[in-house]
Design a protein around this ligand. Sequence first.
Ligand SMILES: Nc1ncnc2c1ncn2[C@@H]1O[C@H](COP(=O)(O)OP(=O)(O)OP(=O)(O)O)[C@@H](O)[C@H]1O
Ligand SMILES: [Mg+2]
Length: 312
Amino acid sequence: MSSPGSKYVPAPPVDFVGREVDTYRVIRDISKQRLVTLVGVPGVGKTSLACAACTYMADRRLSLLEDGVLFLKAKGVSTYPAFLLAMMQLLVDRNTYSNLRERIRKLQQNDDESDDDDEGSGSNSPRVCGAHTGKIADINHDISRLEKLILSFFVPLRVLLVLDHIDDMLDMEDLKVFLASLFQDCAAVKVLVVCAQTLRMLRIPTHGVAETTCGIDNLTLKNTLRLFARMSPLLKTMQDKEAFVRRMLGDKQQAQQQQGMTMASRGITTKSANILRALGNGHPATILKLAHECTDSSFEDLMKLCESDVFV
Ligand SMILES: Nc1ncnc2c1ncn2[C@@H]1O[C@H](COP(=O)(O)OP(=O)(O)OP(=O)(O)O)[C@@H](O)[C@H]1O
Ligand SMILES: [Mg+2]
């Protein structure tokens, strides 16, 4: 893997708002741990955050990730063979073809040797070998070879493997066993899992690797307003956008008290709660949708929300 740097990491959104602390938390957790799971509700910005954190780390070529970041977009991947094929594709994209051919040749050689050993031992145990045992065994054999090949790629690497959006594979035991093998065989590989829930490697020996969960929530009031303003076609200039945020936050004292609030914060005023509610509770994907769909009249309704100012 000759090219560290962020060219293999998908770019975060151009207008990536309000995730500085979360980005720092993800980077800190990855620096210290080998398995980090980034969780949050759909659309809250997990993938965007993973991209931002990985871009930062890859650009700086941190020594603990000397070989960079491998970012697997796993959305839509719902079976274990499909996962392995996607992983393989990722590795092929990052390696020279001759390197790949050499590894396949070595693997083939090892397989042939172990087949010979089996025959020599006279064992009656069923062998997983396609030529003799039909289709299912064929598939199992292919899967296990693919696993070996992928693991062999990772062995020498100091790399962060990102598995983005593995929501459809959370119950898949095979995937967890694969990760456990990765932790055991590839001492310098770290994994960032991105999905709605924790992975929960229960019952699977992870060789001392514990799952660290990093959760992200909706945006604060100020960041919600900033994102809405940046995305709204009704606010045309930077001055328009900044003036909108200032107006919605109220005078200096109110702004200072309320800008960091979320719907779950104690001390949020009715006005702030109303504004947040009108802007999807600070949920980024919803804010984007509202900003794009906002009409003159719904914009006026939004502006009227700064008039109420009752503490809850
Ligand atoms: N902090 C942010 N600033 C600007 N845009 C954001 C931010 N967070 C998320 N977005 C935008 O919101 C949308 C959803 O974000 P993203 O895909 O990262 O969410 P997700 O949690 O990964 O969703 P899913 O669970 O569906 O995979 C995207 O269009 C993204 O660009
Ligand atoms: Mg995502």
